[in-house]
Design a protein around this ligand. Sequence first.
Ligand code: ADP
Length: 498
Amino acid sequence: MQDSYILALDQGTTSSRSILFDQQGAIVSIAQKEFKQHYPQPGWVEHDAHEIWETQLGTMFEVIAKGRIQPKQIAAIGITNQRETTVIWDKESGEPIAPAIVWQDRRTAATCDTLRAAGHAPMLQEKTGLILDAYFSATKIKWLLDHTPGAREKAAKGQLAFGTMDCWLIWKLSNGKVHATDVTNASRTMLYNIHTLQWDQELLTLFDIPHSLLPMVVPSSGVIGDCQVIPGHTIPIGGVAGDQQAALFGQLCIDPGMVKNTYGTGCFMLMNTGEKAISSTNNLLTTIAWQLDGKTEYALEGSVFIGGAVVQWLRDQLKVIHSAPDIEKLASSVPDSQGVYMVPAFAGLGAPYWNAYARGTIFGLTRGSNQAHIARAALDSIAYQSADLLSAMQSDARIPIQELRVDGGATVNDLLMQFQSDLLDCKVVRPVITETTALGAAYLAGLAVGYWTSKEQLRSLWKSNRLFTPQIDAAKRQELTNGWKRAVKASIAWATNQ
Ligand code: ADP
């Protein structure tokens, strides 16, 4: 019998990628195509849904060619995607009615302020697990309906379809036969009740969105339809999950209390909380982790706005390093930051502080401080912010954690990973395969078609590349953490003039 593979489509914010995985979960080939970011006004970010589809399709053909396989060797397709980005299209023509509004787009911030002032935030958090914000799809859908000529009339006649990028890809892959999204993506729209697992009529009324626009909601693992765009062969679409949820699954964080952190431009931390949706008192989001084998599992999620981006700042603005990896050598040239703390609140602070006004600050400078101390403080700040997220999660979930599983571009930095373990007083584990987002989508799809038989089988595929264990004592940890807390407090005080 010929070998078979799983094709993962990773539709990201700046590029579309396709990755072929084999039965060991190893990468066979990768293809990637960037697409254009459109910034029509300050605070606006748009994508061309056609371009997203074309780049995605292009990488599908490319990855098959690079992998030297036949389409019939693909057992299933899994999809993972940038979350919340919103497109509306005409069901008859298949044409998007306007550019897609990207998750980062702030054009609906004022709408969110109005809803907050009217007291809707607690109800929204209770039903959707989300903090009222322009990131989520609901206000973007409303904006498109309100600002696109003729859209409301067409919507009233049931002619329009809304989708996040997974949904748009499923529609295109199935030649317009399937209008569906998975529960993880639905849970980021701010229209989906994560407890009843239904589109919520009260929310639809609040945002003035007709039900007819919405896709069918399906489990994260299960055959949704067939890909019909690869000539000569139809391939089942077997799994879908938003990028962070897919990464949680790809890291095999499948038991309650298991946590992953992705260190990219920002950091995204998710903790599996099992079948319980835990509501946060620390500004974390409650989200659906996946729906699999008839069970819905949940996660707590928090993000650091400036993670690896602080390294880019040292490179591009301060110019103390030439490339991102240089930071490790520079920061390692001193034993510690010598009391220097950097709070990289360039764009405010995320959970647990949630302060839009805080700004970047460096504290504790002395005559002896040099660029190495600042580099060290910058790296440390990524770990401190992540530690804040983890302690918020532990306090909300009251689940002890055994280890932190890590992925993303900045995890190649051993100094950062070691400091993270020191601060958390727990194991930090970097897997061999760090393409966890695509891998998670592949796993979900593979499980649906019997390519892999169980989560237990997958567990044996996860392999550690390096384990970091705590090397400092409790007193040192406390001293470092106290310094960080004071620095954050001071940076918020400065911004709010208190
Ligand atoms: P994204 O998916 O958000 O684009 P990646 O996972 O590709 O991010 O990671 C890129 C980020 O990692 C950049 O912000 C970069 O500054 C940071 N980075 C890359 N290499 C290192 C390194 N050796 N040490 C610390 N940070 C790094």
